[in-house]
Design a protein around this ligand. Structure first.
Ligand SMILES: [Zn+2]
Length: 472
């Protein structure tokens, strides 16, 4: 760089000796070209040095991000065959994306939608607004809401809730920064994932809102708690690759090494959320210590969604309930309740009405089986529940409901014995019965057919939990 500066200085000084502008122009062009060549040489040297240094410490640059023999690009992992479909189909998708971009741009600018070409969009927006009037309903159809908002369900829902709780005004959040943050959050979810996408995040946020309204929480939570709860729900699966932790570990993914094989995905979701908070400077109006506190507590909430730590949280919750010592005036107890609420929101699909619950079950199983197909293709050990030849949607769901969802929601109903809790348990029972009717063998002793005799009572639980983050 010093050489460049000297070179430029010399060229500037020598320029005064030229009489004609044309000559000067040629000198500048020649010097610019020289700088370009020089920059290329230096970059090449730096790159070579980087490669040498990395190879000396055992790194192979091409390995970043995936198994050296797989070369998996997680951005396209769940791209379906139809992505390479016919030209008209691609055009339609492109048009749809363009429309979505236009719509979100207009809304972000706050401009009125007067163009008659967008009457249909306005109509949809009107319906979406109607839906938001009952956003606290447990029957809220997030799939429909996402369609009505042209795939912007997470942005609209989260913004509406923050506004509804008065948090934008209270924390003096800059509207432009907030909307930018929410759009970036939504975009960082992978739409090609059948399950872990922005619609799941919106669904968890809506469920969180329902729990925040429960009397015990509504009476004790502070605005700060509510802000944290909603942000954690919206970002809890940010940049999810659509595969679980065991897959990342066995394919030597760099995230597994970065987080030492512990809560790999959850740590990544949290750090990604912090990255967006800092990039957008959403909390720049708050004192630095408050901003750091939000980041830290956001991490504690998101890390609690690691399903492999389910028993740890459930035991602690059960002990508190047995001893009746949860004091919601205590900030750490409130935080623990928020963690449990987020955990419930994350795996509440089986507690929704059948028509919604069934769709989620199909989507999560599709994601599992897709991972299993990749594992099969690359001759890796197939993860539990991911083998489409050994499992069905019904068998996966019955095991999940029996060993993970029912114990958690039974304790939640003890803590918050309300109509909502009873409704959720009611749906859970009915949905399990519906799956059982489709899978009589699995309903008897849940996956007995696959487990070794005598281990049927223990193994399904460990298998379901070892899935890493089945629905987190
Ligand atoms: Zn989740």
């Amino acid at each position: 760089m010093i050489a460049f500066c000297c070179c430029c200085c010399v060229s500037f000084k020598t320029r005064i000796f030229f009489d004609s502008f044309e000559s000067c122009f040629y000198v500048i062009v020649i010097h610019s070209f020289g700088i370009l060549i020089g920059a290329c040489v230096i970059f090449k040297q730096l790159f070579s040095r980087d490669v040498r240094v990395r190879s000396q410490v055992g790194f192979e640059p091409e390995r970043r991000g995936s198994h050296p023999y797989l070369g998996v690009d997680f951005r396209t992992l769940h791209t379906r065959a139809e992505s390479a479909g016919t030209i008209p189909a691609r055009r339609i998708r492109r048009l749809f994306s363009f429309q979505r971009h236009l719509l979100s741009s207009r809304l972000l600018r706050g401009a009125p939608q007067l163009n008659p070409l967008h009457i249909l969009d306005e109509d949809y927006c009107g319906q979406a607004k109607c839906m938001l009037e009952r956003v606290g309903s447990w029957n809220f159809d997030i799939f429909l809401f996402d369609r009505l908002t042209n795939g912007n369900g997470l942005v609209f829902l989260t913004f509406n809730l923050l506004n509804q709780y008065g948090l934008i005004e209270l924390f003096q959040l800059d509207m432009v920064k907030l909307r930018r943050f929410l759009v970036l959050v939504q975009e960082d979810y992978h739409n090609q994932n059948p399950y872990h996408n922005a619609v799941h995040a919106a669904d968890v946020t809506q469920a969180m809102h329902c729990y925040l309204r429960e009397p015990k929480l509504a009476e004790s939570l502070t605005s700060f708690d509510i802000l944290l709860g909603l942000l954690a729900a919206a970002t809890h699966d940010l940049d999810h690759p659509g595969v679980n932790q065991p897959f990342l570990i066995k394919t030597n993914h760099y995230l597994a090494a970065l987080y030492r094989n512990t809560s790999v995905l959850e740590n990544h979701h949290w750090r990604s959320a912090v990255g967006l908070l800092r990039e957008t400077e959403l909390f720049s109006s708050l004192p630095a210590e408050d901003s750091l506190s939000i980041e830290r507590q956001l991490g504690s909430l998101i890390l609690a969604t690691d399903i492999s730590r389910q028993n740890e949280y459930l035991s602690r919750f059960r002990t508190h309930l047995d001893e009746n010592d949860l004091c919601l005036g205590n900030a750490s107890h409130r935080h623990f309740v928020l963690q449990m609420a987020l955990k419930c929101a994350d795996i509440c699909n089986p507690c929704r009405p059948w028509e919604l619950s069934k769709q989620w079950s199909e989507k999560v199983t599709e994601e599992f089986f897709h991972q299993g197909d990749i594992e099969k293709k690359h001759k890796l050990e197939i993860s539990p529940l991911c083998d489409s030849e050994a499992n069905t949607i019904a068998s996966v769901q019955i095991g999940f409901m029996t060993y993970v969802v029912e114990p958690l929601f039974a304790e939640w109903a003890r803590f918050s014995d309300t109509r909502l809790s009873q409704t959720m348990l009611g749906h859970l029972g009915l949905n399990k019965a519906s799956w059982s009717a489709m899978e009589p063998e699995a309903s008897g002793s849940s996956e007995e057919g696959e487990s070794e005799p005598g281990r049927a009572t223990e193994e399904p639980s460990s298998r379901v939990l070892s899935q890493g983050s089945q629905e987190s």
